[in-house]
Write a protein that binds this ligand. Structure first.
Ligand code: TGC
Ligand code: FAD
Length: 392
C-alpha cells in the first residue's frame, strides 16, 4: 500500500482567484480522499474492485450534482467548485472522478435539464446522496465516436414504449439503479429514456479485462423488448444535441480532473527527485531531471489558467462546446505526458504500486479516449476555427 504524501503546489498563486467557499470545498474533498480512498485505492485497482461503500461519502462531500439546485438534493455550487471537486477526486484516481462525473453530468444533469418535475423529484435526491447510482448509455458496439449513427430504438406501444438495442462501455452500468439511455424513435429522432433496474428484458452485464480504470465498474446495457413507461421519457429535449450537451458538462469536469492526476504525479516526482541519491547527489540536482520537473510545473500551470478561465465562462453561461473540447484535450494530454515523465523520474520504483504514477498513467489511457477521443476533440477545434466539419 502506498502512503498518500500529496502536497499541492500553486506556482501562479491560483488560490488568490478562489473564494473562501471554494477553498473549504476543496480542502474537505482532499481530506476525505486522503482518509477514505487513498489507503484502499491501489488494492481496488489491483483487484478490479469498485469501492461501492464510498458512494454515500461522495454524496456528503457534494461530489454528486455539485451544481444541481439544493431543492433537488444537489449542493447548488458554481462551476469552479464542481471543477475543484473533480480535481481532488482524480488526484487520487480517475475512476473515482469518473463515478462522480457520470452521476453528476451524465445522469443528474439531463434529468435536471430535460426531465419532468416528477422525474426530478423521484431521481435527483437519491442520486445526490449516493443512495442510487446512475449510468449514461450513448456508445454502442458499432457507434463510438459517431453516436448519431446509433441503432438502439424504441416504438410506441400505446401506454408504453418498447426498447431494443445495446450499449457498450458504460461506466457504472452493472450496479446502477437507473440508466439514461439515448435511443431513436420511429422517425429516427434521438430521445433520452430512463431505464430502471429490474425492468423486464433489461440486463447490464459487467465488462472484464480492463488494464485501465480498474477501480471503476464498466458494463453493457442490453435491451430486449424492454417495456419503458411513457413517463420515463425525458420530455425537455430531443436530437443528438441533448446527449452532447451533457458531454459538455462532463468534459469540463474531466479537464479539471486531469489537472488533479497531473498534480499528483508532479508532486510525487518532485519529492522522489529530492530524496533519491545517485552519483552521491539527489537526482533533482541533475539538469535533465530539472528539465522534466520544470516542464511539468509549467504545463500544469498553463492548464490551471485555461481551466479556471473556462470555469468563469461557464458560470457566466458563455463557454462554448469547442472551448470545452480544447480544455479536455489539452489537459488530458498534459496529464498523460506528465505521468510518463514522472514514471521515468521514479526509475524502476515508478512501475510499482508503491507510487500512484503507473495507475494514473493506465487510467489516463481511458480518459484520453472517453467523452470524445483526443482526435475527435482536435477535429472539433478544427471545425470551430475553419467552419468546416472534417468528421466524415
Ligand atoms: P453534429 O451534426 O455536429 O451535431 C448534431 C447536433 O448536436 C449539436 N451539438 C451539440 N450540442 C450541444 N453540445 C455539444 N457539445 C454539441 N455538439 C454538437 C449540433 O449543433 C447539432 O444540433 P442540431 O440542432 O443542428 O441538430 O454531429 P455529428 O454527428 O457530426 O458529430 C459531431 C461529433 C463527432 C463532434 C460528436 O458526435 C461527438 O462529440 N462524438 C464523440 C462521442 C463522445 O464523446 N461520446 C462520449 C460517450 S459518453 C462517455 O464517454 C462517458 S465516459 C464517462 C466516465 O466514466 O467519465
Ligand atoms: P472509435 O470511435 O471506433 O474510434 C477509434 C479510433 O478512430 C480513435 O482513435 C478515434 O479518434 C478514431 N476516429 C474515429 N472517427 C474518426 C474521424 N472521423 N476522424 C479521425 N479519427 C477518427 N460511453 C458511454 O456512452 N457511456 C459511458 O459511461 C462510457 N464509459 C466509458 C468508460 C471507459 C473506461 C471507456 C474506455 C469508454 C467509455 N465510453 C462510454 C465509451 C467512449 O465514449 C468511447 O470509447 C469513445 O467515444 C470512442 O469510441 P470507440 O471506442 O468506439 O472508438
Amino acid at each position: 500500500m502506498s502512503t498518500d504524501r500529496f502536497e499541492a503546489h500553486d506556482y501562479y498563486l491560483m488560490d488568490e482567484l478562489l473564494t473562501e467557499e471554494h477553498k473549504l470545498i476543496r480542502e474537505a474533498a482532499r481530506a476525505w480522499v486522503k482518509k477514505e480512498v487513498s489507503p484502499i485505492i491501489e488494492d481496488c485497482f489491483e483487484k478490479c474492485d469498485f469501492p461501492k461503500h464510498l458512494l454515500p461519502g461522495l454524496g456528503e462531500i457534494g461530489a454528486f450534482g455539485p451544481y444541481i439546485p439544493e431543492e433537488y438534493g444537489g449542493a447548488g455550487l458554481d462551476q469552479i467548485s464542481y471543477g475543484l471537486l473533480m480535481q481532488e477526486l482524480e488526484r487520487c484516481d480517475s475512476g473515482l472522478r469518473s463515478t462522480a462525473s457520470v452521476q453528476s453530468s451524465l445522469v443528474m444533469y439531463p434529468i435536471w435539464k430535460y426531465g419532468s418535475e416528477e422525474q426530478k423529484k423521484k431521481f435527483l435526491p437519491k442520486l445526490a446522496s449516493g443512495e442510487w447510482l446512475g449510468c449514461f448509455g450513448l456508445t454502442e458496439p458499432d457507434h463510438g465516436s459517431n453516436p448519431g449513427g446509433m441503432v438502439t430504438h424504441f416504438k410506441d406501444a400505446g401506454d408504453h414504449y418498447v426498447l431494443n438495442g445495446a450499449k457498450m462501455w458504460i461506466s457504472n452500468s452493472p450496479i446502477s439503479q437507473v440508466a439514461v439511455v439515448w435511443a431513436k424513435d420511429e422517425s429516427g429522432r434521438i430521445h433520452g429514456l430512463l431505464v430502471e433496474q429490474g425492468m423486464e428484458g433489461f440486463t447490464a452485464p459487467e465488462m472484464h479485462g480492463k488494464h485501465s480504470l480498474r477501480a471503476s465498474i464498466t458494463g453493457e446495457l442490453i435491451f430486449d423488448n424492454v417495456k419503458v413507461p411513457k413517463e420515463n421519457l425525458l420530455p425537455g429535449r430531443s436530437g443528438l444535441g441533448a446527449p452532447l450537451s451533457c458531454l459538455d458538462s462532463a468534459r469540463y469536469g474531466i479537464a479539471w480532473g486531469a489537472i488533479g492526476a497531473a498534480m499528483d504525479c508532479y508532486d510525487s516526482a518532485l519529492r522522489y527527485a529530492k530524496e533519491r541519491i545517485q552519483f552521491d547527489k539527489p537526482i533533482a540536482s541533475f539538469q535533465l531531471i530539472q528539465k522534466k520537473l520544470a516542464e511539468m510545473v509549467t504545463e500544469i500551470t498553463k492548464a490551471q489558467l485555461l481551466t479556471h478561465r473556462l470555469g468563469i465562462l461557464r458560470d457566466e453561461g458563455r463557454a462554448t462546446s469547442a472551448q470545452i473540447s480544447m480544455a479536455k484535450r489539452n489537459n488530458v494530454e498534459m496529464a498523460i505526458n506528465i505521468a510518463r515523465e514522472a514514471r521515468q523520474i521514479h526509475g524502476a520504483m515508478g512501475i510499482t504500486s508503491e507510487y500512484s504514477i503507473m495507475r494514473h498513467m493506465a487510467n489516463l489511457e481511458s480518459v484520453i479516449t472517453y467523452e470524445g477521443t483526443h482526435d475527435i476533440h482536435l477535429l472539433i477545434t478544427g471545425m470551430d476555427v475553419t467552419g468546416i466539419p472534417a468528421f466524415s
